[in-house]
Design a protein around this ligand. Structure first.
Ligand SMILES: *Cc1c(COP(=O)(O)O)cnc(C)c1O
Length: 363
């Protein structure tokens, strides 16, 4: 029996009839873009997250790009970003011709809030907090620094739907929260999708225009916009997913708890949990000395794993012009070279979880 790293098919099968009913409803309605399903999803998601406005877009990357743009951050401006993150967080900055200023990771594998202040200059406009792997950044510290220097806060919530910090839900801490609904995420569509959350009326208004050619009224283009909308089919499917978000999170937390209690091997370092925050375990990252050896060992035992992420943004070829090296960010570089993500997804069978624990303990 092969233990797959993830299975979108199994996740789909959990609620297949509900997804199919929602999809058929849209197909037969004759309304496919900016219609009633999106309106309802935006209302339901904003409600669930306790935020005033939700603006659906085509992807998490587009949400990040629009967030930076709507906050009027552009050429020559600097944005603080974590050194350890997925490239899309940084694309949100560089697509607007702003400059990413990287800050190393902390022991929870998120941005090290203690190291932010030393990177702030006169050009700094915002801090991007990425709640990586499903765990909250230290939002208390980040908010205090942002307030002290009058900086905006953008949250990248692509991996943390439903998680919170100090009992306040992630995505509601900053000026704007950016979500991805890529199929593998804690709330996943059956295609691409994303959304922005904000309590700021003006910002919401602007984001709605930006996603729709820069217009509120057809053919009246007030600002330079783009076309990035969450379509009706995905919105309908996401309404189903949203109903089951808590169940899915609960299931992954259960699996993570089994890993945390069951894995007892000094060669495998388990993820550290931040006391004041929660973790929805989009991923389950462990650290080992020899990444390749551990991955090969598990594969021989029939267990597939992944690495998040082998090439951090500051070492990516597309950002070579910034001339960073592995030595610049000690923690983030360590994680890139020693991290392995164990299988974890809502529909993962418990016998497979037990097999992973058994094999990791025999390593
Ligand atoms: C998935 C992801 C994104 C990008 O979302 P897409 O919907 O794939 O564009 C951005 N940031 C992080 C941390 C992600 O994991």
């Amino acid at each position: 029996m092969m233990v797959e790293y993830t299975s979108l098919k199994r996740n789909y099968d959990l609620y297949a009839s509900e997804y199919e009913e929602a999809a058929l409803r849209v197909l037969r309605s004759g309304w496919y873009i900016l219609g009633p399903e999106l309106e309802k999803f935006e209302e339901e998601f904003a409600d669930r997250m306790g935020v005033k406005h939700c603006i659906g877009v085509n992807s998490g990357t587009d949400a990040l790009i629009l967030a930076v743009r709507a906050l009027e951050i552009g050429e020559g401006d600097e944005v603080i970003v974590p050194a350890g993150t997925y490239i899309a967080s940084v694309i949100g900055v560089t697509e607007n011709k702003a400059i990413p200023v990287f800050v190393d990771s902390d022991e929870y594998m998120c941005i090290n809030a203690e190291k932010i202040e030393e990177k702030i200059t006169e050009k700094t406009k915002a801090i991007m907090a990425v709640h990586l792997y499903g765990q909250a950044c230290d939002m208390d510290k980040i908010k205090k620094i942002a307030d002290k220097y009058s900086l905006k806060v953008i949250e990248d919530c692509a991996q943390c739907h439903g998680a919170s910090f100090e009992n306040k839900i992630l995505g509601s801490w900053g000026n704007v929260g950016c979500f991805s609904f890529y199929p593998t995420k804690p709330l996943g569509a059956l295609g691409d999708g994303g959304a922005l959350l904000t309590n700021d009326d003006k910002l919401a208004d602007k984001l709605r225009m930006l996603r729709n050619y820069g217009s509120k009224i057809k053919y009246h283009n007030e600002i330079e916009g783009v076309n990035t909308r969450l379509d009706e089919l995905q919105a309908a499917v996401l309404r189903v997913g949203l109903k089951h978000l808590d169940e899915g999170n609960k299931k992954r937390i259960e699996i993570a708890t089994m890993y945390l209690n069951g894995i007892k091997n000094l060669k495998v370092k388990l993820p550290a949990l931040r006391e004041s925050g929660s973790h929805v375990f989009h991923l389950f990252p462990v650290l080992v000395d020899d990444q390749q050896k551990f991955q090969n060992y598990l594969l021989e035992k029939g267990i597939k794993t992944q690495i998040h992420y082998p090439i951090p943004p500051y070492m990516s070829a597309c950002y070579r012009k910034y001339e960073y090296s592995w030595e610049d960010y000690e923690q983030a570089s360590y994680i890139a070279k020693h991290e392995i993500s164990l299988p974890i997804y809502s529909a993962m069978p418990m016998e497979e979880v037990r097999k992973v624990i058994e094999c990791v303990n025999l390593y």
